[in-house]
Design a protein around this ligand. Structure first.
Ligand code: E4P
Ligand code: PEP
Length: 364
């Protein structure tokens, strides 16, 4: 039997029994240092607070607008993200009577197997994993987008990263691959923003409904304080959890699927409401199908469906996606993860949804 060489085994000390598969440990800056360097100005804090409260009112039925979480699948380029935000902001203002627009500012990507895990994990896109730089750049971007007056939403994937950025987040998501995770439900129970839970990748809605229930309850769990110290956190529970339908083995945005999801919520004694992701398995990963999904949702909303409280759209400056290839510069404003709608299709899509909300209101 051949044994790996000492070099291959990742440690030079063959007597070790702990950390034998840890290749290196590097220092991580503390949240307190980053927040001191890049504090949230009062106007940004106010934007975050006002938006969280407004989303809460939508979820609790006293605001009849539709939450629209719109933006790139993932952030990889600061300037392109700011350029996108500059386009979205005037439209968000124009449609603000009908849509509560939150920009998708996703820094952490859960992968089916392996792949680039996002701007915080690897901001230089080259496997150098400069996470201190990633956290700093993420916070800088959130501050810049918020300073435009546009609130941000993100997926919380890592359990420590919220300490660095969550004060700048108006709406959060727990993804399809982590909705069933106790750790993520505990995290959500202590987050200050409304949190949507995706249905499972197989389409299972029960796990997301269970997550809403779990996150509404208080929990005690281990975490890290802003000063970077291990701590036991005791949470109050998050009353603003909700389900996000993202499709699974089949899409689940049609009226029958909305009813089926609401039946599961009803059985659990929860608010009958869903935010519908036009992308992922609902678009069968074809970005252009998001238009069909949004059109169908618009028809349901215009027909009086009040249980659709929000939509999610993956959209960038330009449509489609691109692979990173050594020696080939990336095209600006094009996704490097899932394919996105371009801006030219996003604008009419949002106008159509706003019109649907107006028609629903007129019926009421
Ligand atoms: O939203 C992004 C992707 O769908 C998700 O992160 C999974 O990506 P992958 O299947 O390409 O790994
Ligand atoms: C990863 C995402 O979605 P899901 O968890 O539904 O796959 C996403 O919204 O970026």
């Amino acid at each position: 039997m051949s044994h790996p060489s000492i070099e291959e085994s990742g440690t030079h000390d063959t007597t070790r029994v702990d950390d034998v598969r840890i290749a290196s440990v590097r220092p991580l800056l503390t949240p307190a240092v980053l927040l001191e360097d890049l504090p949230a100005p009062p106007d940004v804090e106010a934007l975050v607070q006002v938006t969280r409260a407004a989303i809460g009112r939508v979820l609790h039925g006293s605001d009849d607008r539709l939450v629209a979480v719109v933006g790139p699948c993932s952030i990889h380029d600061h300037d392109a993200a700011v350029a996108y935000a500059r386009r979205l902001k005037p439209l968000a203002d124009e449609l603000a009577g009908d849509l509560l627009v939150v920009m998708r500012v996703y820094f952490e990507k859960p992968r089916t197997t392996v792949g680039w895990k996002g701007y915080i994990n690897d901001p230089r896109l080259d496997g150098s994993f400069r996470m201190n730089e990633g956290l700093r750049r993420a916070r800088e971007l959130l501050l810049e987008i918020s300073a435009l007056g546009l609130p941000a939403g993100t997926e919380f994937l890592d359990l420590l990263s919220p300490q660095y950025i969550s004060d700048l987040i108006a709406w959060g998501a727990i993804g399809a691959r982590t909705t069933e995770s106790q750790s993520h439900r505990q995290l959500a129970s202590g987050l200050s923003c409304p949190v949507g839970f995706k249905n499972g990748t197989d389409g299972g809605v029960q796990v997301a409904v269970d997550a809403v229930r779990a996150a509404a309850a208080p929990h005690a769990f281990m975490g890290m304080t802003k000063m970077g110290v291990a701590a036991i956190f005791e949470t109050r529970g998050n009353p603003d959890g909700h389900v996000i339908l993202r499709g699974g083995k089949a899409p689940n945005f049609d009226a029958a699927s909305i009813e089926a999801a609401c039946a599961v919520l009803r059985a659990a004694g929860l608010r009958e409401q869903v935010l519908v992701d036009c992308s992922h398995a609902n678009s069968r990963k074809d970005h252009r199908r998001q238009i069909e999904v949004a059109t169908d949702l618009g028809a349901q909303i215009a027909g009086g469906e009040r249980r659709i409280v929000g939509v999610m759209v993956e959209s960038h400056l330009h449509e489609g996606r691109q692979d990173q290839q050594p020696g080939h510069p990336l095209r600006a404003g094009v996704s490097i993860t899932d394919a996105c709608l371009g801006w030219h299709d996003t604008e009419p899509l949002l106008r159509g949804l706003a019109d649907a909300v107006r028609r629903r209101r007129a019926r009421a």
